[in-house]
Design a protein. Structure first.
Length: 320
């Protein structure tokens, strides 16, 4: 019978490899040992993409925004393009925005005028117009959230490896890119070259109840707590962190929850995760025109029309 192991601040998960950082450095440097190191990879996060907007990185952007979305959320994408995903919103700042999704299979979507359309037909039409979708071949389900995250990481490392910042966010968020960039620049000054910022959960216990969709067995993770991790719905990394997290993921035991997986890798690589209190995750930030002055992001903007109204007002006030 397996027993839960005590977790403390000195926690380091035992690995077949003695030093994850060494493997990451060899992978990055493409040295003579690279082919040898590949034999020790635990994961093969390589993907093919049905839609591939690689032209977005012909010039390395200051901020690359990658929005995790689902096939039928066409209106959310439409409003994001008009608001915080607008690539021309900040004068003199090179911003690129794309939407990440997977294979929608035979899903039917409600479109304009309540018409019903096959999900792939909808996406084909949308990408033909906007050229801003990344579609992986994995099945787009909640249980494949790790696949979705690492398909996005793999795409960035492959096609946009020189972006200064990468911002990962779900399509039900309000975002002020202006505040995000200010905060990124501020924390970059004290991050020792590695910036990883979001809403951080600490001392979270693994769910052992079988009925929970967050259930994790002792065989999968034997410790009593998770290390600190930033929720996968909204976080920012700089280039150094992006590259190291990706290559670290190739040599780390795969974990079903993408945000905890990244937190585990960050702990092994000794990358500190900064908790930013202006990123609201668990509760929707209470809105007034003045109290959103410093808000970076707020969850629970499920109504695209509300998002559009709030962002437009904040833009006029100079806060978005």
């Amino acid at each position: 019978m397996l027993n839960e192991l005590y977790y403390n601040d000195t926690f380091i998960l035992s690995l077949p490899e003695s030093n994850l950082k060494y493997f990451v450095e060899v992978e990055k440097n493409k040295s003579i040992n690279n082919q040898y190191i590949k034999k020790f990879r635990q994961n093969n996060f390589t993907y093919s993409y049905g839609f591939n907007p690689h032209q977005k990185c012909q010039t390395p952007p200051k901020m690359f925004i990658i929005v995790r979305t689902s096939a039928c959320n066409w209106k959310e994408r439409q409003v994001i393009r008009q608001t915080w995903g607008d690539e021309t919103q900040l004068r003199g700042v090179n911003i690129s925005t794309v939407f990440m999704l997977g294979n929608c299979q035979n899903q039917m979507c409600q479109f304009e005028n309540h018409s019903i359309i096959h999900c792939q037909e909808l996406l084909d039409s949308e990408d033909n117009q906007h050229k801003d979708l990344i579609q992986g071949t994995f099945l787009d389900t909640y249980l494949n959230s790790t696949e979705k995250m690492f398909a996005a990481l793999n795409w960035l490392v492959t096609y946009c490896p020189f972006t200064e910042y990468a911002f990962f966010v779900d399509d039900d968020f309000y975002v002020s890119v202006s505040n995000l960039l200010k905060s990124a620049e501020k924390y970059s000054q004290i991050s020792n070259g590695y910036l990883y910022m979001g809403h951080v959960f600490e001392n979270m216990r693994p769910m052992r109840q079988h009925f929970s969709r967050h259930y994790i067995s002792l065989a999968e993770y034997p410790f009593s707590r998770y290390p600190p991790y930033a929720t996968g719905g909204c976080f920012l990394v700089n280039n150094s962190t992006l590259i190291d997290l990706f290559y670290g993921s190739l040599h780390f035991p795969k974990f079903r929850f993408d945000d905890v997986f990244l937190g585990l890798i960050a702990r092994q690589l000794k990358i500190n995760i900064i908790n930013n209190e202006q990123i609201y995750i668990e509760n929707k930030a209470t809105y007034s025109s003045s109290n959103f002055k410093n808000v970076i992001a707020s969850h629970w903007y499920n109504d695209p029309d509300e998002l559009k109204n709030v962002w437009n007002e904040q833009k006029k006030l100079g806060f978005a």
